[in-house]
Write a protein that binds this ligand. Structure first.
Ligand code: SF4
Ligand code: FE
Length: 484
């Protein structure tokens, strides 16, 4: 397994084509806007080296029998699924942000089981392709992004009906040695910190969408790939000198980017689906369910930090004993643990797939994510309620560093006697960061739309809820007579 330093060194060797604020970035690993997100991924390497986290952070590979980072593991039991969620909560607690590495893990587990079943139905050899590929990922301990979301253009039209045929990523040329693809993937979490990317379709497909039913892997710096780094609210604070109080969380963050594939060649051995439209929907559904489980860990960990910061804000305001404050903090914990319960439940109820790896309970994973689209918003509301308006009206660190202004800020923004004004400002800025600053991308809007928007989960819940069985239960209890 790689150390943090080896990970960053290996990233530096890539020739990533990244654009940020209109300019090409020479070294993404050294750019101040990007570095906090790099630190979050690096934490997945750091914690895996520590004996106290060995059980959560590492696993034994079913492919090689070697010890690997759990972020590259193909789950071999429901216990593995549980440990995955616990690991994600831990990482959320350590970074208070999106640590990005889960998408590759979720993509790998979905591709592994889907390619196995596709090969059985179509006589293809995608499973072998993927196994060989993933063995290398495990051995080299690489970060792999999972790219699913196409821009989708007119949502009322299928991929092949779009006015612009590139609105869904597609095969534009088939050669003896591989395929050439064109298109883009939106909201790509962590792509700038990744060595590799697994590309998957984003919707179930019909036979006429054949060119769009494609899955494959590529190095993140393959010729023809480039990325446009996503803007986050308050992101340019990271470019200001002496702004570490204002940042709220100066060391960690997440990122998303728009990823463009400009006629990129994919060799045959990296192809995992190529025209088998009947397996596109299965791949989408499995990846989505794994990632919906993931949120029952990562968002809960970030929630832990937010609840802690909110309790500190109450302490610093001198009101920790007020009954309504205590009750609101209890409510925040209740909501956060409710999310965790869903992540745990869909893991415990997981099952083995034909390929041998384990899959979550899809109904419970979708219930998990549906709750994630709601409860973090209520947790956020309560955090802002308790923190008070100062979290959005405080002077900047530059004001605080000004000799004339500092004594006034120290005097008038002080809370209880034995806590410094600076510490109070730091805690309020952390709450601002998570609720409406850079980390709100992950904690709020991504909770809504990441791993699929709310309606996508409702469709899945509707499909999985087995209404006929429930009707039969009711008929039996009510004594409804069977027709003769
Ligand atoms: Fe992992 Fe959560 Fe970020 Fe998704 S949103 S990559 S599950 S930390
Ligand atoms: Fe996500």
């Amino acid at each position: 397994m790689k150390t943090r330093e080896e990970y960053i060194e290996s990233l530096k060797k890539l020739d990533l084509q990244v654009y940020l604020l209109g300019e090409k970035v020479d070294d993404p690993t050294g750019h101040p806007v990007i570095v906090p997100s790099l630190n979050s991924v690096a934490m997945t390497y750091e914690l895996a080296q520590l004996p106290e986290y060995e059980d959560l952070m590492t696993a034994t590979s079913n492919l090689t029998g070697e010890k690997i980072n759990r972020f590259t593991h193909l789950h071999q039991s429901t216990d593995d699924l549980l440990k995955k969620v616990k690991m994600q909560r831990l990482l959320g607690q350590k970074t208070a942000s999106c640590f990005q590495r889960c998408v590759g893990m979720d993509a790998a587990n979905a591709v592994y089981s889907t390619t196995y079943e596709c090969d059985k139905a179509h006589g293809t050899s995608y499973f072998e392709n993927f196994k060989k590929y993933w063995e290398r990922i495990q051995k080299e301990d690489l970060v792999v992004d999972g790219a699913m979301t196409d821009p989708k253009g007119d949502r009322g039209l299928s991929p092949s009906q779009q006015e612009d045929p590139d609105m869904y990523l597609r095969v534009v040329e088939r050669r003896a040695d591989g395929i050439v693809v064109r298109g883009s993937k939106a909201h790509q979490t962590g792509i700038v910190n990744s060595h590799e990317v697994i590309v998957m379709p984003t919707v179930a497909m019909r036979p006429e969408d054949k060119d769009y039913a494609v899955a494959f892997s590529l190095p993140a710096d393959a010729p023809g790939i480039f990325m446009i780094y996503g803007r986050q609210s308050c992101d340019t604070r990271k470019l200001e000198p002496n702004a570490d109080i204002d940042l709220g969380n100066k060391n960690f963050g997440g990122h998303e980017a728009l990823m463009i594939f400009e006629d990129v060649f994919v060799p045959n051995e990296r192809i995992f689906l190529n025209g088998e439209t009947d397996f596109a929907g299965m791949l989408v559904e499995r990846f989505a369910s794994y990632h919906r489980q993931s949120y029952g860990g990562c968002k809960v960990g970030v929630g832990d930090v937010l609840i802690g910061a909110t309790a500190l804000a109450a302490d610093y305001n001198g009101v920790p004993k007020a009954s309504h404050i205590k009750d609101k903090l209890i409510e925040m914990n209740h909501l956060n643990e409710s999310l965790y319960s869903c992540g745990i439940a869909c893991s415990c109820e997981g099952c083995q797939m034909e390929a041998g790896n384990y899959y979550v309970d899809a109904l419970l994973a979708n219930v998990c994510k549906q709750n994630i689209t709601r409860l973090p918003y209520e947790i956020t509301r309560l955090a802002e309620d308790i923190a008070g308006g100062l979290m959005v009206t405080m002077p900047s660190q530059q004001d605080y560093d000004n000799e004339k202004l500092k004594p006034y800020i120290d005097k008038y923004l002080k809370g209880i006697a034995d806590v410094s004004t600076e510490d109070r400002m730091r805690v309020l800025r952390l709450i601002e960061n998570i609720t409406l600053g850079t980390a709100a991308v992950g904690y709020r809007t991504e909770s809504m739309h990441g791993a699929g928007s709310p309606q996508a989960q409702r469709v899945m819940i509707g499909r999985q809820a087995n209404m006929e069985h429930k009707k039969e239960l009711a008929k039996t209890i009510a004594g409804v007579k069977k027709k003769k």
